[in-house]
Design a binder for this molecule. Sequence first.
Ligand code: GTP
Length: 306
Amino acid sequence: MSSKRKVLLMGKSGSGKTSMRSIIFANYIARDCSRLGPTIEVEHAHVKFLGNMVLHLWDCGGQESFMENFLVSQKDQIFKNVQVLIYVFDVESREFEKDLRYYQSCLEALLQNSPNAQVFCLIHKMDLIEEDKREETFKRREAEVLRYSELAATPLQSERQNAVCQCFKSSIWDETLYKAWSAIVYHLVPNVGTMEDKLKKFGAILDADEIILFERATFLVIAHAVLREHKDPHRFEKVSNIIKQFKLSCTKMGSKLDSIQVRNSQFSAFIDSFTQNTYVMIVVPDGNASAPMITMNVKNARKVFE
Ligand code: GTP
């Protein structure tokens, strides 16, 4: 299979497509995004990911005239050979019905031209919703998106092997952006299963609670092995978000992030530069933590994961 993956980013103008790709792939911080202008037609970005994979991002401007061209005159060009469609909905949109109809048309075009593409819908700008209403609002929007997804897919359903779409809530102002994008790239990385088996073995040798692999440039989670259950289901994306910000601050000061250790009364976490394209995080119960031992094991394990 070619190492190039075509990823379509679609959704109405101002929903936040360029902002999220700039934060994940171009080292923007959230407050810089208000300066971004609208995308004209399609902006192409080629992003190197995990060394030999190239994500070809098609950031499709969401103004109505562009959307109509994508669906009529440029339909074949846009929707052919797509691996992933990411459709972004502004949670506060006053025209959610209309957004859903555009989504349905895009999905129909996609299913005709790339029947095995994966589809992810992001209910975005969740920070604008009061915290105690977020889950309920998301569930309501998700139900509507799934209903329209079924409408688009029905005639072609029998040809598809996977579910029509997965929904995530997201915001550029917190870690939800990393959860959604980690889930997306997880589907694009080949051999994740083999990598996770190796991580599990490595974790057992170290008597670790868990081991997580992060892609070096984006700090997205690409694989993990959990050997002991942990209470906080959002811990990976919180680490991605915090360490990415820290890494950017280091770069600004002209230094390079190599390793970090964090200790509390229950566990120690070691984040270390690992292979050419990854960082690793090893979490061990505190009694088991000997920094030189972990460092030596990380060094020895590198060649198995290169
Ligand atoms: P087009 O290029 O016209 O299709 O728009 P777009 O979808 O690329 O939108 P863009 O990324 O340019 O974002 C529009 C505005 O939304 C910017 O001012 C961003 O700062 C803001 N924005 C993006 N994401 C979020 C978010 O999660 N929360 C909030 N509150 N604002 C956001």
